[in-house]
Design a protein around this ligand. Structure first.
Ligand SMILES: NC(=O)c1ccc[n+]([C@@H]2O[C@H](COP(=O)([O-])OP(=O)(O)OC[C@H]3O[C@@H](n4cnc5c(N)ncnc54)[C@H](O)[C@@H]3O)[C@@H](O)[C@H]2O)c1
Length: 313
């Protein structure tokens, strides 16, 4: 019996695969661009399949061949790319999710874990936003995530698939490459850690909810391991440091770090609308808490980046 991770070679997928394997799970990674260098290091516990969630037969075949019992459906096109290419966004995020849910039903999958996003909320929601607030996203990405949440819930109600989801804030960590508007928060740590100068495109006062990748991995594993859940979709908040506070913290751990601010007003206006979320339900039901505050986060992030560049160090 195996756990399938669609999009398992991405920013969240790789550390999650590692964590699930370390807990004794047999993981199948389905991804069109698998990172074989990293995945093969994880040994016998991982099987890598180069595949695409937009091809239903392919997904079904993988689930049958490897007797998949649980699914983490991470495959998606992220926010900026969705705005640039809405039809690709629809194919992967909507049709891909319909395919993975339908194949899950066909083979009798038990748990189906789906990372949704705080981007499902539009501007003007009361913060911290709780799970009852109305979802009126003004982006293609947000709209696809709302659809997937509703579709997944219906598979739970009608077919008993144990659909569980979290609306995540922006995730921060080494190796975050996409051009999403929140990427500055990762790059202003990663670039100085490797000795590069970084120009931040938001202003010093900008603050958006952020969650460290190690907190996310722990969160997704807790959601998966919980014997049962009362809430099907949890809102998840993060820490909200100002950009200037991140810069000061980086300078504390990276001697000579060069971070300069050159704000782009339209990006600042956009990211300032992102709401903080109310995590009280996930805290009380799963006992999960944010464990990386800004200090721990920056210290750990810098250490990880440096140890990857200098594995002997
Ligand atoms: N990173 C964040 O800040 C964030 C926040 C909220 C929610 N999420 C969600 O978490 C999930 C993972 O995000 P991530 O940050 O790891 O993104 P990522 O872009 O790093 O990873 C996505 C993975 O999906 C794969 N993929 C793309 N098209 C595919 C297809 N047709 N079939 C199979 N795989 C395909 C990509 O190759 C990639 O490895 C996504 O669903 C995303 O919407 C991410």
């Amino acid at each position: 019996m195996s756990v399938l991770l669609t999009g398992g070679s991405g920013f969240i997928g790789l550390p999650l695969t590692k964590e699930l394997v370390s807990k004794g799970n047999h993981v199948i990674v389905l991804d069109p661009q698998p990172n074989l260098t990293i995945l093969q290091r994880l040994g016998e516990g991982v099987k890598v399949v180069q595949g695409d969630v937009t091809h239903y037969e392919e997904v079904l075949q993988v689930m049958r061949e490897y007797q998949v019992k649980d699914v983490f459906h991470l495959a998606a096109i992220l926010s900026t790319a969705c705005e640039e290419n809405p039809s690709l966004c629809f194919r992967v995020n909507v049709e891909g999710t319909v395919n993975v849910l339908e194949a899950s039903r066909a083979v009798g999958v038990r748990k189906f874990i789906f990372p949704s996003s705080i981007a499902t909320y539009g501007p003007g929601v009361a913060t911290p936003v709780n799970g009852e607030a109305r979802q009126e996203p003004l982006t293609f990405y947000g709209a696809t995530k709302v659809f997937c949440e509703l579709w997944g819930l219906q598979y739970y109600r009608k077919f008993g698939i144990d659909f569980r989801s979290v609306r995540l804030p922006s995730i921060i960590g080494p190796g975050r490459l996409d051009g999403g508007a929140s990427v500055y928060a990762s790059l202003m740590i990663e670039k100085p850690a490797i000795g590069d100068k970084y120009t931040v495109y938001v202003d010093e006062e900008t603050s958006i909810p952020l969650l460290y990748i190690k907190d996310v991995t722990k969160l997704l594993v807790s959601l998966f391991e919980a014997l049962q859940v009362r809430t099907r979709i949890f809102n998840v908040g993060g820490i909200t440091p100002k950009a200037v506070e991140i810069a000061e913290k980086v300078k504390q751990y990276v001697e000579g770090a060069e971070i300069i601010f050159k704000p782009n007003p339209s990006v600042v206006a956009m990211v300032r609308k992102w709401p903080q979320a109310d995590s009280s339900k996930i805290e009380s039901e799963l006992g999960w808490r944010v464990s990386y505050n800004l200090d721990l986060l920056v210290r750990d992030f810098v250490q990880d980046v440096r140890s990857c560049r200098n594995p002997a160090g």
